[in-house]
Write a protein of this length. Structure first.
Length: 282
């Protein structure tokens, strides 16, 4: 069973969902949305850039744009959550860095010890469905800004962030890949850089992140290309600047990951419901 109440607007998708079916594996993906999850009930695991999170009820998970991540539902007991997905373009340029700061504070998983009223903030966004005309977009933006402002205050308080440690070397490999994403990254070169065999690198990398090195690079490059497309670059420019050596490889990877071609990026990202349809449990 799956029930959902949602708001679908340009650059933003907010929903309150209940799922009562488990999943056998992580639904891993990568895109240009910033995401916030608030867990109400259920047993789930989130994997984000090699880190494994086991959130408890009344906790938040913050996922920055272009992070490789996924969720696995561990039981059929109700998995109830609020989820907020938004593109940074919805925020005023002069306030963007300030309001997005919590996503880079290091407090990715936050157990709330003090009232945050996250549910009320999300409910106020969902109520924007009832507003007609140009005031609707104003209301959505203002209510999102209020939520992110409060989130910044929470992240700046004494609340603790509990993040399980990943293997030190795996973290270094992830950092190395992301630092050299636009350059050639053959598996042998990465393995040689860390003085391990290719097979051992792929085996341990997959156990840490849930995917192979090659698949991870493909996801990350496609997400980077998506961002460059939104910034106005042509598909050819975005492919080259994201590290793809030829356009056909870029096109196949992009379409496999996102379900649409580079030319349709803006249309799809301005309608987050199309993204949500690809991942019923997220």
């Amino acid at each position: 069973m799956h029930s959902k109440t949602e708001l679908q607007e340009e650059n933003i998708h907010c929903h309150h969902s209940i799922t009562t079916s488990s999943s056998v594996s992580f639904d891993l993906h990568c895109h240009s949305f910033y995401e916030i999850y608030y867990l109400i009930s259920g047993r789930v695991q989130y994997r984000v850039e090699g880190r494994l999170f086991l959130p408890e009820p009344n906790s938040l998970l913050l996922i920055p744009a272009k992070a490789f991540h996924g969720v696995q539902v561990e039981s059929s007991e109700p998995y109830e959550r609020y989820a907020l997905h938004f593109l940074p373009e919805i925020l005023p340029q002069e306030e963007r860095n300030l309001l997005l700061r919590p996503f880079f504070s290091g407090k990715m998983h936050i157990n709330l010890r003090e009232p945050f009223r996250f549910r009320q903030y999300c409910d106020s966004l969902l109520q924007c469905q009832d507003i007609q005309g140009p005031l609707r977009q104003v209301a959505v933006r203002c209510r999102l800004e209020a939520l992110l402002t409060q989130l910044s205050l929470v992240c700046g308080s004494s609340l603790s962030a509990q993040e399980p440690e990943c293997a030190h070397w795996a973290g270094e490999i992830l950092q190395y890949i992301n630092d050299h994403l636009s350059e050639p990254l053959p598996l042998k070169e990465i393995a040689d850089h860390f003085f391990i065999s290719k097979n051992h690198l792929n085996r341990v990398f997959q156990s840490t992140t849930g995917t192979t090195v090659g698949n991870y690079i493909g996801f990350k490059r496609s997400a980077l290309a998506q961002q460059l497309l939104l910034q106005g670059q042509s598909a050819t420019e975005a492919a080259l600047n994201a590290g793809f050596r030829d356009y056909s490889t870029f096109y196949r990877s992009y379409r496999r990951i996102f379900g649409y071609g580079p030319a349709d990026t803006k249309e799809h990202l301005l309608h987050p419901a199309k993204l949500a349809q690809k991942k019923e449990v997220s």
